[in-house]
Design a protein around this ligand. Structure first.
Ligand code: SAM
Length: 378
């Protein structure tokens, strides 16, 4: 990893309202302490984002806001503090960065957050990407703000894919888990609405936490059959702002799959992209061409870092080569200091070169990143 130094966490009063500092009090933040080193000349010349382990970036995840209207227990604490608006990338900056990333080989951009539908100019961002690039535009959301009008506008603007998070089908549990007033019935209506509006594919995501919602694997998997979509189970990762993750709380993909298979036998699909985060299965009792599938995203039990094709940019313009990076690279400063497209492209190439070989969640000495998932963008 790139060198970094530890600096004392500023007290909240000194920060002017930075990202999620209170819950990190007493810990240390790492900050970049020297300029990003240039990648080798042949890498820069190649105009591709390739890391020093030979992986190529094709997928860019851009967080467009760190704000969220949910406070999911595995992600964000109620007292989270948000980045000041002026620190967030503007619509033009987001589109420009995506366009430069496309010129370096990116084929898909996922807009995330926080809750990206809280962004007042989400339609402009999608439309900007559509005009400036040929990338496939995807959005991940908790669905709380979806409406037919919004979905229609995003689709017309160029949105292709949609992922909706739903972690429980039990109203009281859903409320406790998301610490919101939304309900599973509302989310399911919006799944139906999204399909009606022609978004394709629509996928569903769930995180199971032992003793909280891990008894719902079968019911959640059944949503795939109801809606003809892919229901994906993501292993709970140590990216919660409460730092409450421990090895007793995550539920492995194997365990979840076994629970589902006791009711719905599954057959492995053989068409997963090597760089895909999910290993997908179809229901053995449904026709082979059924769109109902179950996917397992298993970063804890079966890390897929070796085939990773992703790079993340946070809402405040930091490049994170890995979800678990403890060093991030400040793209916003050169962006706002008049850097040319060529200079920004070099910056992305150089930052990618530093991508760590793996996240090391289960290795001795693993350090959880200071930013929770909500401030990184999932
Ligand atoms: N607000 C949107 C949503 O609810 O989908 C987008 C942002 S959210 C951070 C993106 C994804 O990250 C969600 O599917 C969520 O379940 C997942 N996520 C958040 N914290 C996680 C954690 N600690 N482990 C695994 N997945 C997590």
């Amino acid at each position: 990893m790139q060198d970094s130094r530890t600096v004392p966490v500023p007290r909240p009063a000194e920060t002017g309202g930075g990202i999620a500092l209170p819950q990190f009090a007493g810990q240390t933040l790492r900050s970049q302490d020297r300029a990003l080193a240039a990648a080798p000349a042949h890498v820069r010349v190649g105009r591709r984002m390739i890391d020093s382990h030979g992986r190529t970036i094709r997928d860019l995840r851009i967080s467009i806001t760190d704000r969220c209207n949910f406070r999911c227990v595995y992600c964000m604490e109620p007292d989270v503090r948000f980045a000041p608006p002026e620190t967030l990338l503007t619509v033009d900056e987001i589109v420009r960065v995506a366009s430069i990333a496309e010129s370096l080989g990116v084929r898909k951009v996922r807009l995330t957050g926080g809750e990206p539908t809280l962004h007042p100019r989400l339609t402009d961002i999608i439309a900007g990407l559509d005009v400036a690039t040929d990338v496939e535009v995807a959005l991940i959301t908790n669905a709380s703000l979806l409406s037919r009008d919004a979905l229609g506008a995003w689709k017309s603007a160029g949105l292709a894919r949609l992922t909706i998070s739903i972690d429980s089908l039990r109203p009281e549990r859903f409320a406790r888990l998301t610490r919101s007033s939304s309900s599973p019935v509302q989310v399911l209506k919006r799944v139906e609405m999204s399909l009606d509006e022609g978004l394709s594919p629509v996928k569903l995501n769930a995180v199971l936490i032992r003793g909280f919602n891990d008894d719902e694997a079968v019911e959640l998997a059944a949503l795939a059959r109801t809606f003809g979509v892919e229901m994906r189970f993501i292993e709970y990762m140590p990216l919660d702002s409460a730092h409450a993750w421990d090895s007793s709380k995550w539920v492995s993909a194997a365990e979840t799959r076994a629970a589902i298979e006791r009711v719905f036998p599954l057959t492995a699909c053989d068409d997963d992209e090597p760089s895909s985060t999910a290993r997908t299965f179809r229901f053995a009792d449904l026709p082979n061409d059924s769109s109902a599938r179950v996917g397992f995203i298993a970063p804890v039990s079966t890390p897929f870092c070796g085939a990773c094709s992703r790079l993340r940019i946070t809402a405040d313009g930091k490049v994170r080569p890995c979800l678990f990076s403890t060093t991030e690279w400040d793209l916003r400063s050169p962006l706002r200091a008049g850097a040319t497209d060529q200079e920004l492209a070099n910056f992305l190439i150089d930052a990618t070169w530093t991508k760590q070989p793996g996240h090391g969640i289960t290795s001795h000495g693993f350090v959880q990143p200071e930013r929770p998932m909500s401030a990184i963008g999932g």
